[in-house]
Design a protein around this ligand. Sequence first.
Ligand code: FPP
Length: 277
Amino acid sequence: MIDTFEGLVERGSPEEFLLRQIDPGRLPRHIAVIMDGNGRWANRRNKPRVSGHRAGATSVRETVETSARLGIRHLTLYAFSTENWKRPRLEVDTLMRLLREYLGKELETLVRNRIRFRAMGRRDELSPGVRRDIERAERETAHHDGMILTVALNYSGRSEIVDACRRIAAEIVASGGDPSRISEADVERSLYEPGLPDPDLLIRTSGEMRVSNFMLWQIAYTEIHVTETLWPDFRRTHLFEAIVEYQKRERRYGGAIDRVSEPEVPLTTVAGPQGGR
Ligand code: FPP
């Protein structure tokens, strides 16, 4: 792992110390990120909010490259929610432009690193220009076998579930199927990106303890890491920190792990003479 970051991570630095703690055999397969705090980052510098988004695009670049270098299989970034249309026109336009700039400038990096690009969300509501750039990036990276970078754009977890329900209902109406046979697998195959495994680790920046309508179906058993760091300040080190913390967690998926093997004790002994309730 250290060799992969040769020349990037300084020998003997706290960052190298973190990197050494990462077990390459137990990496999260899928990391999802709620990138938050761009506005606050800008406000603290007396700058317009859009400058926070611009700075945030640099964090996107570093996070994508670091994740690919680490060998993460899936990285999903929450770039624009269906609620974000309520923001001032200039801010919405800037966010769309930054995405298009990213796709324009970074396509080469995606190709070099064999990263596959996908967008998920209600794309029919995006402008034709944004749709064109997304489709081009998807087409040109479709054959890549490296990390899969999914950008959530005009996305909300609830709309995704609603859209999945509509799709399933339409199938049932068309085929005369039985609604009582709808399974979790049917919902999963009707989500925007059916092949995307559930995130193992969800990172949220800027200290907010919310999931903000992000991948609501998929994060049922996801480990959540919240950092106070604002997204434009998020760097390689913060990603290492999140992974180190993730690897210390014990994932139980609703099950139980017995550490102590207690001797079988008859219920009456435990509950006393009044009985077992
Ligand atoms: C939340 O910060 C962030 C966003 C709504 C957008 C994230 C977008 C980028 C980082 C731009 C580039 C994206 C790509 C994929 C190239 P906020 O504005 O809600 O921050 P606040 O809570 O401090 O106001």
